[in-house]
Design a protein around this ligand. Structure first.
Ligand code: UT7
Length: 323
């Protein structure tokens, strides 16, 4: 059977790093509160010339380099983002043009923090359906542009960045030992819309709006939703948590990550944590975490890796793959 195998990965971060202490003169907060409640120590913040398209392009180029491929070999670009350069056209199309790619097709996928997990699952279906052979899956965000910088309950939590994977169709045996995407589960429930949303949009206010979140409410639901969808994914693949090599969760809050891993019985040393470095970069958080764990030699070819995310909507999901 056809499998969607990871051929390369890459990442890009804005030049400017903002430390927790940099907020202390702006809103009533402290490094101590932010570290204790979230695990975040710093985040990257985009300058005017750094956009979702430019960061996404840089991550895509890095992923292509690591795959030893050129844009000419890519059939499809899926960009997961909630902070597109423009309302339309899709920022994926802009990235396609920046890469000098004028064949194939490109589209944006909007599932907020779960966007990258949704995009990998979608790319896998296009590949297994035989429609395309190679897909660039990108998560790129500039949440700094939609934050209310006077709201301490949200502005300290998010950061900007991008990450990307190149997936390629390869023949597999249909076994759990195959490389590539092995299982995926996606969920959403719009009943939770008001707990995490942006208070503007083209069809309502005609403005971009600002991110609003009832953090405590999101927190309350997060661990249960994450662990349910992961257990469904384990069930689909016929594996247990003990067989995993790496757990690469969405990086929103260290306490959510720890509680989810504990509930699932995933050992602490198998959990990739980058929330301290990047903050919550929404759809970029999982591929950014992957890039760190690949670069430092933790994730290696053949490792069994679980991706997970949960965010606005609510949306949530998990992807199991062998690197
Ligand atoms: O990526 C999408 C998914 N998003 C998430 O997963 C986020 C989920 N939620 C969270 O991570 C946490 O709920 C937060 C980090 C947002 C907040 O942590 P918490 O432990 O749930 O704190 P809280 O909201 O219950 O607030 C505790 C206190 C409040 O003061 P009072 O009401 O107890 O007097 C807040 O006003 O902390 C206050 N507070 C702050 N204090 C200092 C809120 N933000 C700050 C801040 N600095 N930046």
């Amino acid at each position: 059977m056809i499998r969607s195998v990871v051929r390369g990965n890459g990442a890009a971060l804005p030049r400017r790093i903002m430390k927790n202490a940099d907020f202390e003169g702006m809103v009533e907060t402290s490094d101590e509160w932010i570290v204790q409640r979230t695990g975040i120590r710093q985040r990257h913040v985009a300058a005017d010339d750094e956009t979702t398209a430019s960061l996404g392009e840089a991550a895509a180029r890095a992923a292509l380099d690591s795959a030893g491929m050129t844009p000419a070999e890519i059939d499809l670009i899926i960009l997961a983002t909630s902070t597109p350069n423009n309302t339309f056209p899709a920022t994926a199309v802009e990235i396609q043009n920046r890469l000098g790619m004028h064949h194939g097709f490109a589209f944006d996928m909007q599932a907020v923090c779960s966007g990258f997990v949704y995009a990998v699952a979608t790319a896998d279906l296009y590949i297994r359906g035989g429609l395309v052979r190679r897909v660039l899956v990108i998560g790129s965000e500039t949440f700094s542009r939609i934050l209310d910088w006077n709201d301490r309950s949200t502005c300290v939590l998010f950061g900007d960045g991008a990450g990307a994977l190149v997936l390629e169709a390869q023949e597999g045996a249909g076994a759990i030992t195959d490389r590539g995407v092995l299982a995926a589960s996606l969920r959403s429930d719009g009943a939770h819309k008001d707990k995490l949303f942006v208070d503007g949009g083209p069809s309502t206010t005609g403005t971009v709006g600002h991110l609003r979140m009832e953090g405590r409410e999101v927190f309350k639901h997060a661990v249960g939703m994450i662990t349910d969808v992961i257990e469904a994914t384990f069930g689909e693949a016929g594996i247990t948590a003990q067989e995993l090599d790496w757990f690469v969760p969405h990086q929103a809050n260290k306490r959510i990550i720890d509680a989810s891993a504990r509930k699932l019985g995933i050992a602490e040393e198998k959990v990739v944590v980058t929330v301290d470095l990047h903050g919550n970069t929404s759809a970029a958080s999982v591929p950014l975490a992957l890039s760190v764990a690949v670069a430092d030699g933790r994730i290696k070819k053949g490792d069994l890796v679980l991706l997970e995310a949960m965010g606005g909507g609510f949306t949530w999901g998990a992807v199991l793959l062998r690197w």
